[in-house]
Design a protein around this ligand. Structure first.
Ligand code: HEC
Ligand code: HEC
Length: 421
């Protein structure tokens, strides 16, 4: 991603220079003549340089699934199968009504279309889509997790999400999934309600649960933590497989690259093509929404001014002190493999109010938008960007028509999702 970023800033300069040259009267008489007669046939729509930039955004540039050294079960088919079952299993919740899929509904690109997610209670943030998450370094809006498996066990103990405890998870796995679990992770330890009280947990914020946890023998706590981490590793193996399949935009880029103009025109209308030009050009959206997943997986304050949420500034310490992070005891990685965590940028002042750049894949299908669902529609998002022009996105002068064109382009990013069905 980082390398893409650098490459693309070079392309941006090249493209900017070309666009300026094109806008100079008399410099390209052929282009102008074609524009006047409305005949675009003669002039290629995209320069070779632009084609390269488009290719970098297309799914054909998505590299193979990256390895997760912290999870040695990440690509094990048995882990995928077990993880999928747990993802949809409501029994891992205090009221028996909440599973991951309650909020991450496959029918709506694994979101719930709510401004704030609802499980046992209401959370303070919007449910994030699950598309190509295997490619990200940080998870949650504030990046307080550094792997999909340590992410997956967060919601289970959250009192407003699953409202469960890790001790109950250990008992439930023994009761419901013993065979599948042992085939993957080896024998389950002997734990009963005395050595492992179901309410015991250090992660729920409940003082009685914490007292019960601290009263457990250290070796029993480690045993429970290990089961808990393994549940995360199985769920992560499934979530990793949720991937985007080509959308009209990707098929358009393929056609453009193959110089098949007729096919290209069928795939994307004029407005969407104009919108795409603005997206990679004047609107500077690719400063952050870059690469085939349209995100740099980094954190930015785009000016939403949510006084209740510091975003990444608070996520930094959380991921560093997380017992389930990449360098922790339950990770399968060697410390030197935990590059992201070792080189984490700890400048909290820089990240106050900064949130993870979301993917724009399938974005039109899953309103509302932003970390707390602050904006209801795509046109609200685009008007917001116009109002909050800054160095990183300066388009105060955008007309309503231009915003509508960008919106038309964003709609071409919706395609089917692939995941183990
Ligand atoms: C109550 C609704 C709810 C439930 C249940 C829930 N999630 Fe989430 N999910 C969210 C919300 C809200 C966020 C963003 C939270 C934040 O930033 O603090 C999120 C974020 C995520 C992310 C981060 C994506 C990214 O790009 O960073 C992943 C992955 C994820 N959830 C997977 C899961 C899994 C796996 C489960 C089940 C173990 C689960 N979720 C259960 C609401 C939910
Ligand atoms: C400086 C980096 C940056 C730039 C430039 C940028 N974005 Fe964003 N974008 C973000 C971040 C960060 C968020 C999430 C912000 C939050 O919730 O606090 C976001 C959110 C969005 C969303 C909502 C997605 C969702 O799931 O909530 C859309 C749509 C979007 N951007 C489109 C655009 C478009 C179109 C442009 C160009 C006009 C653009 N962005 C420019 C960083 C950027």
């Amino acid at each position: 991603m980082r390398r893409n970023n650098r490459v693309s800033s070079v392309w941006r300069c090249v493209i900017a220079a070309i666009l300026i040259a094109l806008s100079m009267p008399g410099l390209f008489p052929a282009w102008e003549a074609a524009a006047e007669t409305g005949d675009h046939q003669e002039i290629p729509l995209w320069t070779e340089e632009e084609k390269k930039e488009l290719s970098a955004l297309s799914l054909s540039s998505l590299p193979p699934l990256p390895k997760d050294p912290s999870n040695k079960y990440a690509d094990d088919p048995k882990a995928i199968a077990l993880g999928k079952k747990i993802f949809f299993d409501k029994r891992f919740s205090a009221n028996g009504k909440v599973s991951c899929a309650t909020c991450h509904d496959p029918e709506t690109t694994f979101t719930d279309k709510l401004p704030l997610a609802k499980g046992m209670g209401t959370t303070t943030r919007r449910t994030m889509p699950l598309i190509g998450t295997a490619y990200f370094a940080w998870f949650f809006w504030d990046g307080r997790k550094d792997s999909l498996w340590s992410q997956a066990i967060g919601p289970i103990e959250s009192s407003v999400e699953h409202g469960f405890t890790r001790s109950m998870c250990a008992h439930l796995i023994t009761d419901l999934y013993k065979k599948e679990y042992e085939e993957l992770f080896g024998r389950l330890p002997k734990l009963d309600h005395k050595s492992c009280p179901p309410k015991a947990s250090p992660g729920t914020g409940n003082p009685a649960a914490l007292r019960a946890w601290k009263a457990m023998k250290p070796e029993d706590r480690v045993a429970v933590n290990r089961i808990y981490a393994n549940i995360g590793k199985a769920i992560a193996a499934f979530v990793r497989q949720i991937l985007p399949a080509p959308a009209p935009f990707d098929r358009y880029v393929d056609a453009v690259v193959q110089n098949d103009e007729e096919k290209a025109r069928e795939l994307m209308g004029n407005d969407a093509v104009d919108g795409l030009k603005l997206f990679i050009g004047k609107a500077k959206c690719t400063n952050c929404h870059i690469g085939p997943l349209f995100t740099n997986s980094s954190f930015h304050d785009i000016g939403l001014n949510n006084p209740k949420d510091n975003g990444r500034a608070d996520g930094i310490d959380k991921v560093l002190s997380d017992e389930f992070n990449c360098v922790g005891k339950y990770s399968d990685a060697r410390p030197e493999e935990c590059l992201e965590l070792r080189f984490i940028d700890t400048n909290k002042a820089k990240y106050r109010g900064a949130f993870k750049t979301p993917t724009l894949r399938n974005v039109a299908e899953r309103p509302p938008y932003m970390h707390a669902g602050q904006l209801k529609t795509l046109s609200e998002v685009l008007s917001f960007y116009r109002r909050n022009a800054s160095d990183e996105f300066e388009h105060r002068d955008f007309s309503d028509q231009e915003l509508a064109k960008i919106e038309a382009f964003l709609k071409t990013l919706s395609g089917p999702l692939n995941y183990p069905k």
